[in-house]
Structures are given as structure tokens and as C-alpha cells.
Design a protein around this ligand. Structure first.
Ligand code: SF4
Ligand code: SF4
Length: 433
């Protein structure tokens, strides 16, 4: 494995120009969708700061000494907050970083790991560069090999994730890994992790989860109170904002949603097709799927992706408030309810999506597969069978980190939306007979 490439200033300038152009164009398209809530501004600003202004995330932040990068939603951010550091989720959708990573990672690997590798090589994204350590759960093969490849340019801590999560013994494996992480984080930050600081970490993340649970009530409303693409931006911003600031901004967004509800101010029409997106992560700036769904006349009523709702859905449940009790609660929370298909048994994932379909009144599912993402692709067939039984249309869309597939995706998504409309119309007509 080669070490970091030697980029000169000119290459870096070109990279920044291209990368900021793509990020700006996606931000502008998202903001141009009707009904942008005023309270989403700080979330869009956070994405702009990272991808366009290329700001140092520690600016104006005196509370956290260090930024710790994470490469999956399975890293307990409570543990990082307990070490007085801020977690930064580094899963990225950058097309420009992807094109650099493509030279270092095999062709058939997924674009997400190529983008992360690209940032490791180019050193042009301060949010990435300032992470003194990256915690990398070993989940799928792409993440496993990425952890090894990144070691040449970053301080990486691979964390073993058990492929099974049914038995207590499986959770014990993950618990041991979390215990191994404790002294590593302490050494990195110079802060002792105690029962008290763990409880503080739980409290910080718990408040964000509380605001998220309030927000979900508004998101379920039919007609829609908010566009799903705007929600994806809010959720992606959680990767880069300290949880306390995100929670404060989310509280304001909830107030705006309540006011919209009171005034019956909707962004969606009563018969607009309500779509759920699931599958491979949708990481900014690669938000073309949610954008296309809503630009083509659908409403993204729910998302079951790890850059979206999944990350903040289940709070940590502490039975024993001692140090070990809280560590056990993390090990359980970050594996058992996780619906990521990297686990062998995934009946839970189908159950969760069915629950979301009911609660969000979903009429169609867009199943997103990033090119090379085998774990999600594997599960498409069972999804098709299960939702076929429920008469919920589902479409598999494969995409990559570039703009070449946009027109083809647009045509397919538009046809899918028309199909849902026709189906709903037929159902309505039948009901009137
Ligand atoms: S898709 Fe699964 S393994 Fe990949 S980042 Fe998300 S939760 Fe982690
Ligand atoms: S789960 Fe899919 S998208 Fe995530 S790293 Fe693995 S292959 Fe890539």
C-alpha cells in the first residue's frame, strides 16, 4: 500500500474548486425545493462550513479539545463525549474525493470508502484532517480494508463488530472492544472517562434523540410539513455539529414544525406519492436520490438509512448506572437494534421498515444501492418479496459518486412516481364502487 500522495498546491486548488462546486450545486438545489424551514439554516450552514468554506470545526468551540473521527453509526458517540472530545462522522459523499480514492482502492469497492480514502490522501478537508484519531468499526469488507488502507495516513482504531447479535456472547465481543477503546480515547484527549462522564455523554446524546423523536411526529404528518431532502440535510449535519448545538437548532425546527401544523401550512399535497428511502448511506454532498424523488413530484416521507433517522432512533437504555452497566448499555444499543445488513440475521430490518411504512403512510420504497455495496444489494430480494406481499411498490436504484447516472435515475424515479400515482388512483376508484 502506498503512503500519502504528494499533492502540490495546484492539485489541491483544483480539488477544492471542483469539490466546492459540486457541494454548492447540491446545497442550492436542496434549498430551492419549496417550503425550506427557516430553522434549517444552521444545518445547511454546517454543511457549507465543512464542504464549501472548508472551516476548521474547532473554531469557536472551546469545550472540546479534540475531534475524533468515526466511520460508522455503530461507534457510541456518548463514549467520545465522555472523553471530552467531539465525534465527527467521516462517511462522505464527495465525488471529488472519490475520484482520488479510486486510484488507491480496488475498482469494485463502494464509492463511500473511496471518498474517505481520497480525503485521507489529499488533505484538503479540515474536518477530516483535524481528527487526531479515527474509530473504524470493521463491518463490511469495504470498511475492513479501508481501515487497513487508511493506517498509512491516519491514526486508526479498528473496532471489531460481531457478525451475529443474537446471543449475549456476541454482545460481549463488542463490549470488550468498547472497553479497549476507553484507554485509547483517554490517552488521546488526556481526560479520564468515569461513570460520571459516561452519564454526561448519555445525557448529551439523549437530548438530541429526544428532539429527534419529537421531530418524527411532524415528519409522519400527511400532507407533509417538511421535504425529506431538507431532513436529510439536517441529519447529515449531525455528523459535523456538536450534539448540544444540533439539539438547540433541532428544538427551533420543532417549534417551526408545530407552528406549520397549527397553521396547516404543508409542503406536500394530499395525494403526493409518499416514498421511503432505504439502503446504502446517503452522505452529503451525494444527495441526488432524495433530490430526484422530490424534484420529480414525490415526497420523501421517511428514510431508513444510517446517515438519516437510524443514527438517532434508539436511546441508550441504562439498567445499572455504574460504569460497567453503562458500557453494557452501549454495547447493546449499538448492535442489537441496528438494522444495518452487515449482521447475519436481519429479520429486524424488515420489521422496522414495515413499521415505518405504516407509521409514515408510505406508498412506495426506493431501495438505494451504492455501486459495490454488496451487503445492501443482498437484501433487496427479500425486501421485494416482503413488500410485494403488502402491495407496496419497490424499486432498486444503483448509483455511484458522479453525475453521469443522474439522467437515467431521473427517468426511473419519475416512472416509479407515476406508477404509485396510478396505483393510488386505481385503489381510490375501486373504493368508490
Ligand atoms: S451502512 Fe452499516 S456499516 Fe456502513 S456506516 Fe452505515 S451502519 Fe455502518
Ligand atoms: S456498507 Fe456498503 S456503503 Fe457502507 S462501507 Fe460497506 S459497502 Fe460501502
Amino acid at each position: 500500500m502506498a503512503g500519502r500522495i504528494h499533492t502540490n498546491e495546484r492539485q489541491r486548488e483544483l480539488f477544492i474548486k471542483k469539490s466546492t462546486r459540486v457541494a454548492r450545486s447540491y446545497l442550492n438545489r436542496a434549498k430551492a425545493l419549496p417550503g425550506l424551514p427557516d430553522a434549517t439554516n444552521p444545518f445547511f450552514d454546517a454543511l457549507e462550513d465543512v464542504y464549501i468554506e472548508l472551516k476548521d470545526l474547532s473554531e469557536g468551540e472551546s469545550k472540546y479539545k479534540k475531534s475524533i473521527g468515526t466511520l460508522c453509526v455503530m461507534v457510541p458517540s456518548e463514549l467520545i463525549y465522555a472523553a471530552k472530545a467531539r465525534p465527527v462522522r467521516l462517511c462522505s459523499g464527495s465525488y471529488t474525493a472519490y475520484s482520488i480514492g479510486d486510484d488507491y482502492i480496488p475498482r469494485d469497492a463502494c464509492p463511500l470508502v473511496k471518498a474517505v480514502m481520497g480525503f485521507g490522501q489529499i488533505q484538503a478537508l479540515p474536518a477530516f484532517d483535524q481528527c487526531s484519531l479515527i474509530v473504524a468499526p470493521v463491518t463490511c469488507d469495504c470498511k475492513k480494508k479501508l481501515a487497513g488502507a487508511l493506517e498509512t495516513v491516519k491514526n486508526i482504531v479498528p473496532v471489531h463488530v460481531p457478525p451475529l447479535k443474537r446471543e449475549d456472547a456476541d454482545i460481549e465481543i463488542f463490549l470488550r472492544e468498547l472497553y479497549r477503546l476507553v484507554p485509547i480515547l483517554e490517552e488521546e484527549t488526556g481526560e479520564k472517562i468515569t461513570a460520571r462522564s459516561l452519564a454526561e455523554g448519555i445525557c448529551i446524546v439523549g437530548k438530541a434523540q429526544y428532539e429527534m423523536s419529537r421531530f418524527l411526529k411532524y415528519r409522519k404528518h400527511d400532507p407533509a410539513l417538511v421535504q425529506g431532502t431538507h431532513v436529510m440535510a439536517v441529519m447529515n449535519a449531525y455528523s459535523y455539529m456538536p450534539a448540544e448545538r444540533w439539539t438547540t437548532c433541532m428544538h427551533r425546527l420543532n417549534l417551526e414544525m408545530e407552528s406549520r401544523l397549527q397553521k396547516q401550512q404543508f409542503v406536500g399535497k394530499a395525494k403526493q406519492p409518499r416514498i421511503l428511502v432505504t439502503g446504502s448511506p446517503i452522505a452529503f454532498p451525494n444527495i441526488k436520490i432524495p433530490l430526484l424523488i422530490e424534484e420529480m413530484g414525490g415526497i420523501l416521507a421517511a428514510d431508513e438509512t444510517c446517515m438519516g433517522e437510524r443514527g438517532l432512533y434508539d436511546p441508550v437504555s441504562v439498567i445499572d448506572p455504574g460504569f460497567d452497566g453503562m458500557m453494557r448499555a452501549f454495547a447493546s444499543r449499538y448492535t442489537k437494534p441496528c438494522t444495518c445488513p452487515v449482521f447475519v440475521d436481519n429479520s429486524q430490518r424488515i420489521y422496522r421498515i414495515k413499521q415505518m411504512v405504516r407509521e409514515h403512510k408510505v406508498q412506495g420504497i426506493v431501495y438505494h444501492v451504492l455501486r459495490g455495496c454488496l451487503v445492501y444489494d443482498y437484501e433487496y430480494q427479500i425486501m421485494e418479496e416482503e413488500f410485494g406481499k403488502m402491495d407496496i411498490p419497490i424499486i432498486r436504484v444503483e448509483s455511484d459518486y458522479n453525475e453521469e447516472d443522474v439522467e437515467q435515475l431521473r427517468i426511473r424515479i419519475e416512472a416509479f412516481i407515476e406508477l404509485i400515482k396510478l396505483k393510488e388512483y386505481a385503489k381510490h376508484k375501486k373504493g368508490r364502487r
